[in-house]
Design a protein around this ligand. Structure first.
Ligand code: PAF
Length: 327
């Protein structure tokens, strides 16, 4: 980038935006810390007072490769009396969207933009209800992160983050949301078919997340292990048939390529579902494979591979899982 371009880019940047991150899990922390580093005023919302206090007292460490960086953070409870909110970044589990945002709804101004970086499709309706389509920007991210211990977040994989809206008025918010998020250094792009992208992401998660969680392996194994590869193709084939009934037409070969390339690119990452299983937390299986099975039921499409993996993950976690709703 030459100097003139750099100046133009910098003058385009929404420096000093007020960003509220809902859900200080690995995804929320990673994006929030990098937005803070980029000069934005970032506040995290946690619903657990003890953890919020520890984050405030001890700060958060961000690990990127061999580099470790410490950040002081502002963490508040959901009932905190916020001033202006330019951006509300939603990084809670899909199933927790309504509950996490209910107390924030009255604090959103008409200029506030809600950006979701969530897995699944179950969050779309609650977000439309809470934010309304003119304020809503939906994201599908392949960036990987995990929290090996409280107070530490590891940036574990790169990948594109796509942003788009469901209405024309929402689409007008997308370019600024892209500028805001690309200020983190990640590859962030506008996409005018975000619903299809979310379905694509759903396919990726429907294959990689439960298989890695069930077999306790990093993402790369899904493409490398013969048995996991064949289960992956069964899950994907069913999911694509279901998507077609919802008006989302995706080609099997290109989706197969996509799923295995994400597994490769995020190879050493521990998927969010495996992280949940290891930590004894409730997983997003109902919002991912559960959503596919529910829609399949509506259209009377057989979905045995997704039903089986849904039941297996529920069996694995149900007796002991606790709720911890951030991504
Ligand atoms: O949920 C996750 O872990 C991520 O979406 C992905 C892309 C599968 C990488 O780990």
């Amino acid at each position: 980038m030459d100097a003139a371009e750099k100046n133009k880019h910098e003058s385009d940047m929404p420096a000093g935006k007020t960003v509220v991150v809902v859900g200080p899990g690995s995804m929320g922390l990673l994006w929030g810390l990098l937005l803070q580093k980029g000069g934005n005023d970032v506040t995290f919302i946690d619903y657990r007072p003890g953890r919020a206090r520890r984050f405030m007292e001890n700060g958060i460490t961000l690990v990127r490769g061999k580099k470790k960086e410490s950040f002081s953070v502002k963490v508040v409870m959901p009932d905190f009396p916020f001033g202006r909110i330019d951006y509300l970044l939603v990084a809670v589990k899909s199933y927790a969207t309504e509950k996490a945002l209910e107390s924030l709804k009255p604090r959103l101004a008409s200029e506030s933009t809600v950006i979701s970086l969530q897995n699944g499709i179950g969050h779309i309706d609650p977000l439309l209800e809470i934010a309304g389509s003119p304020r809503l920007v939906l994201g599908a991210t392949s960036v990987g992160a995990n929290c090996p211990e409280e107070g530490t977040v590891v940036h574990a994989g790169d990948g594109a983050t796509l942003l788009g809206a469901l209405s024309e008025s929402g689409a007008r918010r997308v370019p600024d949301a892209v500028v805001l998020l690309e200020n983190t250094g990640f590859d962030v792009r506008a996409d005018d078919k975000i619903k299809a992208r979310l379905w694509e992401k759903l396919m990726v998660n429907a294959v990689i997340n439960p298989l890695t969680a069930l077999h306790d392996v990093p993402n790369k194994k899904v493409g490398k292990d013969k048995n996991l590869r064949s289960l992956a193709l069964e899950i994907l084939d069913e999911a694509l048939k279901v998507a077609r009934y919802e008006g989302i037409d995706m080609d099997f070969e290109s989706m197969k390529e996509k799923v295995f390339s994400v597994a490769r690119e995020t190879g050493d990452n521990i998927s969010s579902m495996l992280q949940d299983v290891r930590a004894g937390r409730r997983t997003e299986i109902e919002a991912i494979n559960g959503a596919i099975v529910r829609i399949a039921g509506k259209h009377r499409i057989p979905c045995p591979a997704n039903e089986k993996i849904l039941a297996e993950i529920l069996d694995l976690t149900r007796p002991k899982a606790t709720e911890d709703v951030q991504r």
